[in-house]
Design a protein around this ligand. Structure first.
Ligand SMILES: C[S@@+](CC[C@H](N)C(=O)[O-])C[C@H]1O[C@@H](n2cnc3c(N)ncnc32)[C@H](O)[C@@H]1O
Length: 281
């Protein structure tokens, strides 16, 4: 991601529609992520876990979107976090001092094999071109301990997403250059033999709302009403009976997978930035 792209994403307040989008994403994405991470943590078992969180965008933004700080505070988990962008690393480091930050690429993790109980990828993978997916998932398998859990959430090529992409093309609008959309089956296949799927789920459906309308709603709705609304949405999204339909329309889809076998260790190929740390196995 270039500095300009980062700047554009960070300055969401300039335009009312993008400002509304930023607020909506914070409220809604924050909840989606926290809810799926809770489930993954339960899968990983009780106790303090050593967790790797890939990309630190949400930690850099802080507030309701921060995962590492939140789960450290509420569950005591030890967090390592990484991001490709130096600026995102710096921002996350200053906002969430409890996370140990490494500047690195998910395709070449600078950690020893079997370092983590949990790896959380909340929409980092889908910033890679398709060719990088197997590589990144292989790295997650390598750094997870036997019995460790991977949570991977990604933007899928759902019906709504395809429709949106088509509309944008017809209107001559540019799609974000750093965003990929994957088929569920391809990500599942990329998990390979080392990672066994425990669960798959709809992580978020409401990503293409009319943002100006959402902005008005967010401005007018009392916090409690907004909370109730989002809880209702989450309940529908996690409802088993709705899954067969929602999985075709949901933007965000996820897998929780168990690392079930040993894999041959591969030496790290990225030199961590100055403040980088390595998780001790
Ligand atoms: C636009 S942000 C959004 C992701 C965020 N998880 C979310 O869903 O809101 C993408 C983040 O992923 C980071 N990123 C992109 N490619 C990466 C890679 N190959 N390895 C590590 N981080 C990467 C970027 O620097 C940026 O901080």
């Amino acid at each position: 991601m270039t500095t300009d792209e980062l700047q554009a994403l960070a300055n969401e307040d300039d335009d009312p529609a993008t400002a509304a989008r930023g607020r909506w994403d914070t409220e809604y994405l924050g909840r989606c992520y926290r809810s799926v991470v809770e489930t993954a943590m339960l899968r990983a078992g009780r106790g303090t876990r050593t967790v790797l969180k890939t990309d630190l965008w949400n930690e850099a933004l802080g507030g309701a979107r921060d995962i590492a700080g939140h789960f450290h505070e509420t569950h005591g988990h030890r967090f390592f976090g990484l991001d490709l962008a130096r600026r995102v690393c710096a921002e996350a480091r200053s906002r969430v001092p409890t996370v140990r930050v490494v500047q690195a690429d998910i395709r070449a993790l600078p950690f020893r094999p079997q370092s983590f109980d949990v790896v959380l990828d909340l929409s980092t993978l889908d910033h890679l071109p398709e060719a990088g997916v197997v590589q990144a998932l292989g790295e997650y398998a390598r750094v997870l301990r036997d019995g460790g859990v991977l949570l991977v959430v990604f933007w899928q090529r759902s019906l709504l997403v395809r429709q949106r992409l088509l509309m944008k093309r017809l209107l001559g609008l540019r799609e974000k250059s750093n965003q990929s959309y994957f088929a569920r089956a391809d990500v599942r296949a990329g998990l390979g033999k080392t990672l066994t799927v425990l669960d798959e789920f709809v992580a978020g459906t409401l990503f293409v709302p009319p943002y100006r309308l959402m902005g008005v709603l967010l401005d007018r709705l009392p916090a409690r009403a907004l909370s109730a609304l989002l809880r209702g949405v989450a309940a529908v999204e996690r409802w088993d009976a709705a899954r067969p339909l929602l999985k075709h329309v949901a933007g965000l889809y996820g897998f929780a997978a168990l690392r079930s076998q040993r894999v041959a260790p591969r030496p790290p190929s990225v030199t961590p930035c100055r403040s980088a740390v390595r998780a001790a196995p």
